[in-house]
Ligand binder design. Sequence first.
Ligand SMILES: O=C(O)COP(=O)(O)O
Ligand SMILES: [Mg+2]
Length: 229
Amino acid sequence: MSLKGLFNARWPGVALFDLDGTLVDSAPDLAAAVDQMLEHLGRSPAGMDKVRTWVGNGAQVLVRRALAGKTDWEPATAKDEALFNDALTIFYHAYGQLNGRHSEVFPGVQDCLDHLRQLGCRMAVVTNKPDQFVQPLLEKTGLDQWFDLSVGGDTLPVKKPDPAPLLHAMEKLGGTRGTTVMVGDSKADVNAALAAGIPCVAVRYGYNFGGSVDSLGADAVVDSLAELL
Ligand SMILES: O=C(O)COP(=O)(O)O
Ligand SMILES: [Mg+2]
């Protein structure tokens, strides 16, 4: 579907935005917190290039990927479980202090939000980021002014790619499947939108784990949210 097809006749509607990798480049702070955690555990830092590819499925998966060094990992033994719990506690503490320090709004985002707001569109953030970090990051980046609602990684018992967080936000904002669009940077966002039955725009500049967003099945793929204007 073309961008025109997505937006014509649907607006004013509801727009759901992923946070990390779509609205905000939060990788510098996430990487600093992951590296503090790894160093605390006596391991080598991972660095931002690796950490940015691990973001998008929530803090627990990020910490598991960091402990494994590259891919998904499930603690298999009681010792693994204890290590994972320690790592998660250290990460939460570190990120609580670093959240927003070196995070920046991506180019094109503010113009896009401004434009949608002028059209009368209602907007929500739907992120897998733990709830406690969402509002502080929105406030630090000045993005809080645009959003009617935020749904975080533990607002509901399930996260993206489950469709529930998207449907929850859509319903709260009075949207329908025909008037709602999801905008995200990762497989979790596109799969959640596909499962929810709502159109999806993917951005190429984000953090998709495992490669390019072009083949994920989004209705449109853009290099900047300014393309949505
Ligand atoms: O994985 C995260 O913590 C952030 O995820 P998001 O891309 O859904 O905002
Ligand atoms: Mg994301």
